[in-house]
Ligand binder design. Structure first.
Ligand code: NAD
Length: 292
């Protein structure tokens, strides 16, 4: 069994990005710049944004974190995005999700200039992805492709099963794995909460991507021996014995599933780190698109 260690794979990508950034700086130009907007102070969102900013700094990128209160109005948030859209010193914009209920996520996502949409959530980015046109791939599916590439796991002709059909993970993942691209060319089954007899389908998976947000949902009886298992899930589960009072759990029951697999990602330390690598690569791409 190969452990698909996100630390190793993401570090390798960050080294490449660092080298590219050093070359930019030594040519007298400013480095790529990511602006992140955080609304409110949800604990998990704080952690994700802090990690994105820290990784930008480690790579030599510029980063700006804009904090807005949880009761910020939709129009004030739109105004902030509009400023960033027209700021030529900003290459990538991300708005950390989820947003408070009074703000419509789809309106916010559509307000981001598609040229700066480094999260790849804008409908224009999603449409281009479907048609196989160059675009920003949503960071988590992009990170998974980078993980497959780093460990040189062959996907061509395999049956991939994706659990979860969200716009940010499951659906784009299913499209990418079925596309005629490196680390694609799978036959894909996309499962969701209305899929009957899910285990009968997952047992046919050469590659299983679990992105449903239910801790340890995928158990050993759902796995085809020799499968590649990609665990996207991140759920905080209360644990009074843990220092922070919770533990992070994936969607896969790792202990019982891992011995059956050809390869598997851990949680934490797997897809989460690759997501950041995908985001940074998109930010460099946005910089290159707009400075070339
Ligand atoms: P979501 O809630 O938007 O979507 C969940 C999907 O799972 C839905 O399409 C639903 O139909 C499906 N689903 C729910 N219960 C199911 C069941 N019993 N059987 C089959 N399908 C079922 O979630 P999301 O935003 O796609 O995130 C999924 C998980 O991935 C969450 O734990 C989230 O925290 C995590 N996540 C991790 C990263 C990362 O970087 N590792 C990034 C994004 C999301």
């Amino acid at each position: 069994m190969t452990l698909l260690d996100g630390k190793i794979a993401s570090q390798a990508i960050k080294e490449q990005l660092k080298t590219a950034t050093q070359a930019i700086i030594s040519n007298g130009k400013r480095p790529p710049h990511l602006a992140a907007i955080l609304v409110g102070n949800d604990g998990a969102s704080e952690t994700y944004v802090a990690s994105k900013v820290k990784n930008c700094e480690e790579t030599g990128f510029l980063s700006t974190l804009i904090r807005l209160p949880a009761d910020v109005t939709e129009s004030d948030l739109l105004e902030k995005i509009s400023h960033l859209n027209s700021d030529s010193g900003v290459d990538g914009i991300l708005v950390q999700l989820p947003l408070p209920r009074h703000i419509r996520e789809s309106v916010i996502i559509q307000a981001i200039n598609p040229d700066k949409d480094v999260d790849g959530f804008h409908p224009i980015s999603a449409g281009k992805l479907v048609q196989g046109l160059p675009t920003f791939i949503p960071a988590t599916p992009y990170g998974i492709l980078l993980m497959l590439e780093h460990f040189q796991l062959s996907t061509k002709g395999k049956h991939a099963v994706v659990i979860g059909r969200s716009n940010i993970v499951g659906r784009p993942m299913s499209i990418l794995l079925s596309s005629n691209i490196p680390f694609g060319n799978c036959t894909v089954t996309l499962c969701h909460s209305h899929t009957p007899d899910l285990a009968a389908i997952t047992r046919q998976a050469d590659i299983l991507v679990a992105a449903l947000g239910k801790p340890e949902f995928v158990t050993a009886d759902m796995i085809k021996p020799g499968a590649i298992v990609i665990d996207v899930g991140i759920t905080r589960v209360a644990d009074p014995s843990a220092k922070k009072g919770f533990r992070i759990k994936g969607d896969v029951a790792f202990q019982e599933v891992a011995p059956l697999c050809e390869a598997i990602t851990p949680v934490p330390g797997g897809v989460g780190l690759m997501t950041i690598a995908g985001l940074l690569k998109n930010t460099l791409q946005a910089y290159q698109n707009h400075t070339s």
